[in-house]
Design a protein around this ligand. Structure first.
Ligand code: SAM
Ligand code: DTB
Ligand code: SF4
Length: 331
């Protein structure tokens, strides 16, 4: 049956985990208006309305990371301006979480520039931060590299809502981007997070010299995870000076729209997050991404180390799009 012949109310939400790369590539290449219509049908049926979740992001441990991710300003292999900084303490992180809640965020995401979590004081502090963020009444998300089964269970016990660990790109293109850690290790971490009962936040980046086939291949790995990741961040590369990818051509905004729309069709009920690279998108392309099914943005002036649209600009954007978000309830 052709989805385009269906009215929204007729359309069943179908969760599939057997997508082929060819099917996904066909979606990515569809005439844009048809792709958008299909994404909207799926989105409206699976998640009625256009409610956008605002997630606030804070780098708790910045820089000095031992991995060689070619896109990342925090890697010791790259010569960006970002240098290793002492870790933020529990109290200042929780102050930031309270401020994020007051500004209307519903999720607080904390990042550590680590290859993996190690036991000891910093991990105990992480657990305290998670408990504190949950007590404030926010969802808590952590991104801190690889972890053990025990660490995952302790994070679950502390109330962690979600763990972010991105696949970044396709299995085929991965070797061009990272050499210090394998795709298989990435998948094993995702499995550990799932086994501990924590929800998964897993997505990728476009604009790193990958082909359309690579994008299809990344989406295939994500969509064939069973269950789908509850949260799927779609980043476009922020090309940071001093990283091997500093000279990458910027992504055509409509390619972000296509990526978001395709992710929405493949993973109807997941939260698709319009993540890094929004400053390069412009207002209209961001609104098209919302229409294509993006239902979360990072909210606040900085991502981890790079800038993000400011809070006022985002409030205006959402108001202009006519999309509901939490901050409206505060006014
Ligand atoms: N070290 C942990 C890890 O790699 O999982 C957590 C922090 S890491 C900075 C989180 C994610 O941010 C990466 O997986 C990557 O997808 C994204 N990211 C980092 N630098 C980026 C950039 N310059 N442009 C777009 N996304 C980026
Ligand atoms: C994700 O996929 N994107 C966010 C969040 N998860 C942790 C991070 C984007 C980082 C962009 C580069 C920086 O600010 O350092
Ligand atoms: Fe380290 Fe994460 Fe940056 Fe890779 S993406 S260098 S693992 S902080």
């Amino acid at each position: 049956m052709n989805l385009l012949d269906l009215k929204p109310k007729d359309h069943q939400v179908l969760l599939r985990h057997d997508w082929t790369k060819e099917e996904i590539q066909c979606l990515l290449e569809k005439p844009l208006v048809d792709l958008l219509w299909e994404a909207q049908l799926v989105h409206r049926n699976a998640n009625p309305g256009y409610k956008v979740q605002l997630a606030s992001l804070l780098s708790v441990k910045t820089g000095g990371c031992e991995e060689d991710c070619a896109y990342c300003p925090q890697s010791i292999y790259n010569s960006s301006d970002v240098t290793g900084q002492p870790e933020l303490d529990v109290e200042s992180v929780l102050e930031r979480a309270k401020a994020a809640k007051a500004a209307g965020a519903d999720r607080f995401c904390m990042g550590w520039a680590w290859r993996e979590i190690r036991d000891g004081a910093p991990f105990q502090a992480m657990l305290e931060m998670v408990r504190g963020v949950r007590d404030i009444g926010l969802e808590a998300c952590v991104t801190a590299g690889m972890l053990t089964d025990t660490q995952a269970s302790l994070l679950a016990e502390a109330g962690l809502t979600s763990y972010n660990h991105n696949l970044d790109t396709s299995p085929e293109h991965y070797g061009e981007i990272i050499s210090t850690r394998t795709y298989e290790e990435r998948l094993e971490t995702l499995n550990r997070v799932r086994l501990a009962g924590i929800s998964l936040c897993c997505g990728g980046i476009i604009g790193m010299g990958e082909s359309l086939g690579d994008r299809a291949s990344l989406l295939k790995v994500l969509a064939n995870l069973d269950p789908h990741p509850e949260s799927v961040p779609i980043n476009s590369l922020v090309a940071v000076e001093g990283t091997p990818l500093e000279g990458q051509r910027s992504v055509d905004p409509l390619e972000m729209v296509r990526m978001v729309a395709t992710a929405r069709i493949l993973m109807p009920k997941s939260r698709v997050r319009l993540s890094a690279g929004r400053e390069q998108l412009g207002r209209e392309a961001q609104i098209l991404c919302l229409q294509a099914g993006a239902d979360s943005i990072f909210y606040g002036d900085t991502l981890l180390t790079t800038s993000n649209p400011d809070v006022q600009a985002d409030r205006e954007l959402l108001a202009q799009a006519g999309v509901q978000a939490n901050w409206e309830m505060l006014e």
